[in-house]
Design a protein around this ligand. Sequence first.
Ligand code: ARG
Length: 440
Amino acid sequence: MANLWGGRFKESASDLMQQFNESFGIDKRLWYEDITGSIAHVTMLGQTGILLQEEADQLIGALKELRDDIQENPDLLTGDYEDIHSFVEAKMIEKLGDIGKKIHTARSRNDQVTVDMKLYVKKSLKDYQEAVQGLKQSFNEKGQQIDALMPAYTHLQRAQIVPFSYVLDAYVAMFERDWQKAQDAIDLLDENPLGAGALAGTTYPIDRQLTSDLLGFKQVQRNTLDAVSNRDFILDALQCFASIMVHMSRFAEEFIIYSSQEFAFVECSDNFATGSSMMPQKKNPDALELIRGKAGKVIGLMNSMYTIMKGLPLTYNKDMQEDKAIYFEAFDTTMACVTILTEVVRELIVHEDRLNETVHEGYLNATELADYLVRQGIPFRDAHSIVGQMVVYAIEQNKQLHQLTLDEMKQFEEKIEDSVYQSLEPDYIKQQGIKKEMLK
Ligand code: ARG
């Protein structure tokens, strides 16, 4: 393996070490960002006179050529290289000889790899944001199609009546925060680390503002020690992924329960369910279960990155090379889950009759009955207690609250009138309960 740093050594590293050290297999995924960063760097070297303009032009031409070639044939990204940076430099030397050897003037792989990863993370977070928009849209559209009411739960015990769409909307609200978290992460990373050199800048008269502008960063990253040792932007992005994975996993868990025969509220379409090799009747919500499982994986990946970073002194340490495998896997997994959940929900079969049936059972209107008593002039705590006793009575009679006769109700509280029945109607509750400003 041709390394960038052979001069100081009498012998080359063992094969075992070379294999252990290499990251090309993984960081070749940064090829576009590495070339983009290099074009900006060389443009700056030309404009500041650090390289002759003619040398810079030749390098830029060769970098663009390499970019186009790889675009056309990604298989070019093979060979015995330590990492993507070594690969690009080697290609420049192949193409331009001595001029190629000048590309790394006033630069280190430490600022280079950070800039590559920043460009990559920024781009991938934007792709992720777009996918989140699609996910939100799918939840919203399904909500608009379904008119049914359903029980909502606390402690997984029947609590109050809500529209089915309102449950989906709760997840939309989570996804909106997830989108914004990604935006915050993009805003925070938007500083150019290029020009930090290995760690303490460089004696060449570089122009960091110029590379910053060329690469579209908002500003230059001030402290060079911080610039090359910073992986906060990766941690932040991983947190974004862990966050949405938790939200999607909670949805998955909830809807796996709802798709059990005991609930039978929903059913995954055939496209997103699987069967059993032995039990002919089975239809399993595997897509949702996989999302729930993969959430564990993404949280684990975020934890690994935190654990890698927590003991590192300034500045660059090779431990940080692990960031790429972690980031790519977390990003790919999250995107795959967002994509499949978008489709699962788009095709979700909702058993509306069953939902509407359930809201008449389970004393879901007990709170509204207490509120009715309050409107009749009874203090809430007393109303709560009265309704509690009425529920016990109704259970004994094997009746629902709205099935109690007015005489039965009056045994508990004289002030109850015929108007009580309207207050117990699911539709009335829906209209009164969920205020306009709570709906989208
Ligand atoms: N492959 C390395 C990484 O991903 C690039 C930086 C190498 N820097 C160094 N000083 N060895 O972190």
